[in-house]
Design a binder for this molecule. Sequence first.
Ligand SMILES: [Zn+2]
Ligand SMILES: [Zn+2]
Length: 251
Amino acid sequence: MSGTVDSCRRGLGELGKAVGDTLLPRSCQGCGGILETNERGLCVLCWRGLQEAIGDGGYCPRCGSSVGAFTQANGGCNRCRDFGPRYERLARVGLYRGPLAEMIRKLKFRRGTDSARLLGELLLGAVEGVQWQMKFDQVSWVPLHWWRQWCRGYNQAELLGRRLGDLSGWRTGRLLRRVRWTAPQTHLSRHDRRENVRGAFALRRGVDVTDKKILLVDDVLTTGATASEAAGVLRKAGARVAVAVVAVAGA
Ligand SMILES: [Zn+2]
Ligand SMILES: [Zn+2]
């Protein structure tokens, strides 16, 4: 399906967004309402809700909690002091709420292609908003267990990662695989989440990430345990890793 997304985008090419919009369904990705001709992706109300989810741009570079635009949280914030992630830093679009949460739900459960388009652009904006200490060689994503991916038909993090690659020009590729089924993390404590994902990932056969700088994409980050575990595998194989997510939940 991501191929369809890509070819659709390529097909639209330089015709511009105005033409693209007339070809694509014109409903708000947040509330489902019909869009006015001058609205793109989201209605005015949902854009406002999105701004609230994004906040003033100040967030913790480890766990993504909002900390205020002028707060220094390089050593972590109150929420993540005891958490030393194995990625170097995090970029996020916003908090998991309002239209941002709705777009992710669409992406996750109904393969929301229009949501993927808009979320990819927001993700690029978030990545570009960070002063990175490294230049990325490659974009990759947190893999799903093959069974879960087979059931869903796709991995939403991969859709986002590939979209980000399209928009940024960075190379994209599958680097990790999920080697172990993990129970859903929803009702687990911070500590239990870390235990739950321990050993869940491995490098794909034949992949060499020595000295590579990798941007690892996921849709939602809660405690950071999953992203950290995935980043740890790449790090152990010699890479430097940063993480980009659309939304931070529970912050
Ligand atoms: Zn709306
Ligand atoms: Zn934090």
